[in-house]
Design a protein around this ligand. Structure first.
Ligand code: SR1
Ligand code: MG
Length: 416
């Protein structure tokens, strides 16, 4: 079918044309459809057969523009091909944390996938102060498996190079290059300065040569490193969770890049939640300390879990002899190399986390954790603290010896 923007009304007839849907639905006249997308980029529909709640799917369609801006920001629909490939690849590596793809239609720029009925967008749960006991274990597993198995540490050299070429995503990478690594430090017209943010806080980003040089280094790494296939936008709005399960969704920004970009994105969003929750918990009549402590502990467990599981995969598959280390180094030198490699990913994680935090304060796209705080003084305090934390993380990224030292700094800067 040639491309057309689907409406809720048109979706049942369209789904009836897809062979895999014949097994999932028995009555296409009885489908309830709701458009529920609240992301920045695409449209999302939930489809359920009336009287048969188990017969349900999620449909996501890319339109030829950026949803949150409209037709004045054109964007090719190629991003849906990227997303489908990434969902399939990550799903094969980590099926317990990636929604299953039921059908995909490149012409229509659309994917039909598993509907996560009993899960909620993680950011919304965190805003409400919910604890997710398995979150950091699951996210660290997802990160370790997707980053290790798509890297040169596992893949044979020619397979890895073919994978890099096949995952090229220049258009969405350009959005990140602009919105995360360029505009916030440039007084760009795309920036959206929060109403209460003091001018000196903005000057500390935009007239600060060491900080801008550090952001330049992170941007260069983002543009040139092809370490692993990344999700590319792993904030807490790209995760759906409940107390037992965690799923990573929305990999339309996927490409081959530096591993620390994905790890840093997730940790950055925990730190943004941390600065927001001082006010949010008090506003709900609760002592903020326990929940904020859990957020920081989750950042520690995410990094430590990722490092432990990644290294375990590396050692386990070294014996296979296909990846870089398997062919090149003896046991002792391999361990020295591994330690240096993890220090590099850790410093990148902190640098990228910082850029992600700064862009969410002064850039175009905000996070609801902070932007949704209606008390302007409380919101501004959270924003100033986020910027202070980010500045320290990026400038000291090579000096931190452990994630414990990082969260101690976050705690200190998040209290002043
Ligand atoms: C203009 S799109 C804004 C942001 O939404 C996505 O989630 C990415 O983070 C992108 O930068
Ligand atoms: Mg998204």
């Amino acid at each position: 079918m040639p491309f057309q923007v689907l409406t809720a009304a048109a979706l049942p007839a369209y789904l009836a044309t897809l062979p895999p849907m014949q097994e999932r639905f028995t009555d296409f006249e009885a489908l309830d459809v709701a458009e529920v997308g609240d992301g920045n980029v695409n449209f999302v529909f939930l489809v359920t057969q009336r009287g048969a709640p188990e017969r349900t799917v999620c449909v996501k369609q890319a339109v030829p523009y950026l949803r949150c801006v409209g037709e004045s920001w054109p964007l090719t629909r190629h991003r849906m091909d990227v997303e489908v490939r990434a969902l399939r690849e990550f799903g094969a590596l980590c099926p317990q944390h990636v929604p299953a793809v039921y059908a995909a239609d490149s012409e229509m720029s659309l994917v039909v996938m598993q509907r996560l009925c009993n899960h909620r967008i993680l950011r919304l749960g965190l805003i409400d102060g919910l604890v997710y006991p398995r979150m950091s274990d699951h996210i660290s597993t997802y990160l370790a498996r997707t980053l290790f198995f798509t890297s040169d540490l596992y893949l044979a050299p020619d397979a890895k190079k073919a994978a890099v070429a096949g995952a090229s995503n220049p258009e969405l990478c350009r959005i990140t290059e602009d919105l995360v690594f360029t505009h916030p430090y440039d007084d760009s017209p795309t920036n959206a300065y929060p109403p209460g943010l003091p001018p000196r806080a903005i000057e500390r980003l935009q007239r600060n040569p060491p900080l801008r040089a550090a952001v330049g280094e992170m941007k260069y790494a983002f543009m040139t490193a092809t370490e692993a296939r990344l999700h590319g936008d792993l904030h807490t709005g790209s995760v759906m969770a409940n107390a037992e399960e965690t799923f990573v969704i929305d990999p339309e920004f996927s490409f081959y890049g530096p591993m620390g970009f994905d790890v840093g994105a997730f940790i950055a969003n925990l730190f943004l939640a941390y600065v927001a929750q001082e006010h949010r918990q008090r506003d709900a009549g609760r002592d903020p300390a326990p929940y904020r402590e859990w957020l920081l502990q989750s950042a520690v467990e995410t990094w430590e879990g990722f490092e432990r599981k990644f290294l375990a995969l590396w050692r386990e598959h070294e014996a296979d002899g296909t990846g870089f280390i398997g062919r090149d180094l003896d046991g002792e030198s391999a361990e020295v190399f591994r330690a240096a490699f993890m220090r590099h990913v850790f410093a990148d994680t902190l640098g990228f986390a910082a850029c992600k935090m700064m862009r969410r304060i002064v850039g175009l796209a905000k996070v609801a954790d902070i932007a949704g705080i209606t008390d302007v003084a409380a919101r501004t305090l959270a924003e100033v603290r986020a910027l202070r934390i980010a500045e320290h993380l990026i400038l000291s990224r090579h000096a931190f010896g452990s994630i414990g030292a990082v969260v101690a700094a976050v705690e200190r800067l998040g209290a002043t």
